[in-house]
Design a protein around this ligand. Structure first.
Ligand SMILES: [Zn+2]
Length: 367
């Protein structure tokens, strides 16, 4: 049987923890990752009823979108619902794993699922994230260049969008003088050596740096290879908040809201009344996405679909864009299916179920 650690490592390959926002608390929140996994309950929010569901099924892993430990815990006495459910989970050896803004920030994540449901085309990340990329520069004897490149590519470096094995090289001359203790591949002690070398540059995701450097050192023929690790200001265009894409055909705003409501099974849409116009370009963000208003307007989107818009945020939209606040839970509910699919595809011998508990704390009163 796979261990809980195996499931976690699969999830983190898809949504690396390095992609979470600074304020977040993704990862394993309770439990022992070395235990064999007896089954998984997938939910948006962990509440006590979800822990009870796991206990009843005999499952020892809960995978949740929202981290139930978020602002920090100073006591664990059962004085509120978070402390109570954590105590229960720990007593029953149930691990709780949160996959939150790291799942928001990948293309096939929370917003990507919404874009698929709405059948958007020509999609791209609305606010690509900075600080995730770096560049490796190294110097390799000409005849060892391909071997070193192959090793570095295999570690996950050199991918840009739909392109892999991306690198740049230019030839030059390397110099070095080994001392008496050195064991040089080329040259001999105390003699200045000049070698025809290639300078190679390769981009890589920062969170893979350990692997990339290990691959370089393993493939490079020199005893002490020279290399630079350079952080980049470039945005990673495939990682970040929200999505923007287009409908096949433009719609009136009434038709669009009917389509939205039907496609996502909504009870209620709060929307800006000032916007007049057709809807063709659609920006969206599952969860609290009001911070993306400026970016959505700048992208020339006709609508921003998200949740947790405040009264004054609706004013800020003016008549530039239609804002549709569809509810936080409603905008993220499809994430549950996404997580179940991701896990069942890889782990065929473990039960992975959607929690049957409705965890939305908000109701809509209708006459
Ligand atoms: Zn959320």
């Amino acid at each position: 049987m796979p261990r809980i650690a195996d499931l976690i490592s699969h999830l983190e390959q898809i949504a690396p923890l390095a992609y979470q926002e600074d304020y977040d608390n993704c990862g394993l929140l309770t439990g022992n990752r070395q235990l064999e996994c007896s089954g998984v309950v997938v939910c948006l929010d962990v509440i006590e009823a979800v822990v009870d569901e796991a206990i009843a099924k005999g499952f020892n892993l809960i995978v949740a979108h929202h981290p139930v430990i978020f602002k920090g815990l100073k006591k664990l006495t059962g004085s509120n619902y978070v402390e109570r459910l954590l105590i229960k989970a720990i007593q029953h050896n149930i691990a709780i794993y949160a996959i939150h803004t790291n799942l928001d920030n990948i293309q096939d994540g929370v917003s990507g699922v919404l874009a698929q449901k709405l059948k958007l085309i020509n999609t791209q990340v609305l606010l690509p994230k900075k600080g995730l990329l770096a560049k490796l520069v190294t110097f390799v004897p000409v005849d060892a260049t391909q071997k070193v490149l192959d090793g570095i590519f295999a570690s996950g470096a050199g991918s840009i969008g739909n392109y892999s094995e991306c690198s740049y090289s230019v030839s030059g001359t390397g110099t070095f003088k080994p001392n008496n203790q050195a064991n040089p591949v080329i040259g001999s002690a105390n003699q200045l050596e000049k070698v025809a070398e290639n300078r190679i540059e390769i981009i890589y995701p920062k969170h893979l740096e350990g692997r990339v450097v290990a691959a370089l050192l393993a493939a490079h023929p020199y005893e002490v290879p020279a290399y630079d690790l350079i952080p980049l200001e470039n945005k990673n265009m495939e990682v970040g908040s929200g999505f923007v894409g287009e409908l096949e055909k433009s719609m009136s705003k009434e038709d669009f809201m009917a389509y939205l409501s039907k496609t996502l099974s909504l009870d209620c849409i709060r929307y800006t009344t000032a916007f007049q116009g057709e809807i063709k370009k659609v920006a969206l963000c599952g969860g609290s996405g009001s911070f993306l208003l400026r970016n959505a307007i700048a992208s020339k989107a006709d609508v921003l679909i998200t949740a947790d818009f405040k009264y004054h945020d609706f004013f800020d939209a003016e008549d530039h864009i239609l804002v549709c606040d569809i509810g936080h839970y409603e905008s993220e509910i499809h994430t549950k299916e996404l997580l179940v699919n991701v896990l069942t595809k890889k782990f065929t011998n473990i039960a992975v179920i959607l929690s049957s508990i409705h965890t939305n704390p908000i109701g809509y009163y209708k006459l």
